[in-house]
Design a protein around this ligand. Sequence first.
Ligand SMILES: Cc1cc2nc3c(=O)[nH]c(=O)nc-3n(C[C@H](O)[C@H](O)[C@H](O)COP(=O)(O)O)c2cc1C
Length: 163
Amino acid sequence: MRISQQIFPRPVALIATVDSKGRENVMSASFLMPLSFNPKYVAVAITPERHTFSNIKEIGEFTVNIATLDMLEQVRICGKYSGRDVDKFSMTGLTKVPSKKVRPPGIAESPITLECVVEYMGLFGDHYLIVGRVVEEHVRRTEFSPLLHYAGDSYMEARALKS
Ligand SMILES: Cc1cc2nc3c(=O)[nH]c(=O)nc-3n(C[C@H](O)[C@H](O)[C@H](O)COP(=O)(O)O)c2cc1C
């Protein structure tokens, strides 16, 4: 049984990156966690085979764009194809927004974008733990339905409990 089937559901984010020539890429990620309130840190686990990993290693910056339920199709595409072979921004029609403090763009469809600068990368088994310091954030909406990942192509939605 995979760890993704044991620790779930996990919010999905689109991780946007660029290479040294300024070519942008976007990948789906659910191995994501908040690390610190102040200063704000976020961690994501990415395998070294991903094009996203090469871009992050090269440039040291990325953006975390929270995915909502209505972004499911774009998430599927961004999690299926590699930026080595295709331009996923054109494939999905996701709208790039220039970032303020990092080179990778944000994504307009996402309610929250965190601009991150890498402060730590370390290999744990088959994934690199990548820790980013949040240097700028864009909150477009505070009420949204986050897309949650189970494993493979299975997703869930969040429901608030009565307090
Ligand atoms: C919902 C979802 C979540 C994913 N989470 C991760 C993740 O956290 N880390 C990772 O390395 N790959 C993850 N993947 C796989 C990558 O998104 C996928 O391999 C993608 O094609 C890599 O793109 P790239 O080569 O352009 O970076 C996920 C895929 C999906 C569909």
